[in-house]
Design a binder for this molecule. Sequence first.
Ligand code: PLP
Length: 438
Amino acid sequence: MRGPGQEPWNRYRELFPKYFWSEETRLASIIVADAKGSYVRDTSGKKYIDLTSQWATNNLGNVPDEVLDVTVQALARYGFLTYFMNPHLPMIELAEKLIENRPSPNLTRVFLELSGTGAAEGAVKHAVEASGRPLILSFLGQYHGLSIGTNLIGSLSAHERRHWEAWGGGAVYAPYPFPYRRPRGMSETEYGGWVLDYIREQILGRQAEADRIAGVIFEPVACEAGVWIPPSGFVRGLAKLCHDHGWYFIADEVETGLGRTGTMWAIEHFGVAPDLLAIGKGISGGIMPIAAVMGTEEVMGRAKVAAGTTFAGHPAACAAATKTLEILRRDRIPERSHRLGTTALRRVREWERFDHVGEVRGLGLCLAVELVQDKRSRRPDPERGRRVFFDCVEHGTIPLWNYGDHVIRIEPPLTISPAALAAGLDTLERALRRHAAR
Ligand SMILES: Cc1ncc(COP(=O)(O)O)c(C=O)c1O
């Protein structure tokens, strides 16, 4: 770990003040010298197990050689071409590969973007412009990005929306049916039903009539909120509401897609066919920034939508993404994520024996440990989250943690070896034990 006074750290701190949160960040953050597979190494040569896959992006591990090779070749051949003036082969090949791997046959059209934010916003733009309706139904706790639009469509935290609250107005919100924090005495299924009633009675009855709503944006697993896995009856009920009212069902799979939850797409767990699918992060093996939206003929085939950005569909990024999709299928990576995730979940569930671990949950290699003051109160314990996170980093494992949160997440590369995963979990378990007492 880099200590105070280290030159790269000081330059980092001075040049990027936004990323420097406190003195403590200095002790935990590392300046990466190189990254490979499931590891990163800092400038002092210390190696860390990467349980973040760089915010669920490097699903094939850090710097996958095959993806890197095709990217370099595509760069040499095409450089940058704009998709709008000079469409190119890699973007067509990528679109075909996406369609080959779609969650449901109704998705026949593709739109390219640069980031998950752009994909989520692009999907919303398509829904609003194709329907001619102004509103989007969203769920409290979801994250779709930090552009002005996605920040206000999402609602991960009031802190992130600070200064921008008044710019909203296009979204109406229902609670996300997060089973662990359901009202006492309610079953998970009942809670899902309660949220559907809330939409019918409190939203449609009091805030907006159904024909003013263009669609629903939904994270099939709300990862940033802390891996909230909704009751499956709820997701099917939501799809039925969409069908009944002519709402487009937008699945935001920027984080859950591409094998993260043990299937290629998380929406497959619920047997629902979305009208729009936002894809990002892991699509290009972490080698190039690119994102995409898939849509139905109805929502994408006809409407002329004002969406896009210059660098969307960079030829080399398209080539990287096509190769990544090929590898995900060839090497049965979603199945691997399911297998490793199931084994890991069996082990980490045992941590619920600690009074300060409220719940451990997961789907595929998307797991979360919810830290609470005690099991009875279930009060979130961000201070303990902080201590556990810093302890892990100090001992050579980097879990995923939103600064200031009470949830520690485990989202390693889907290619991580069972031994490296076990070693990372050992570190986390020791940290949980060390910080058991208040
Ligand atoms: C569900 C979801 N949507 C959208 C985004 C935004 O993606 P990006 O940060 O690549 O713009 C994220 C990022 O974490 C996400 O988890």
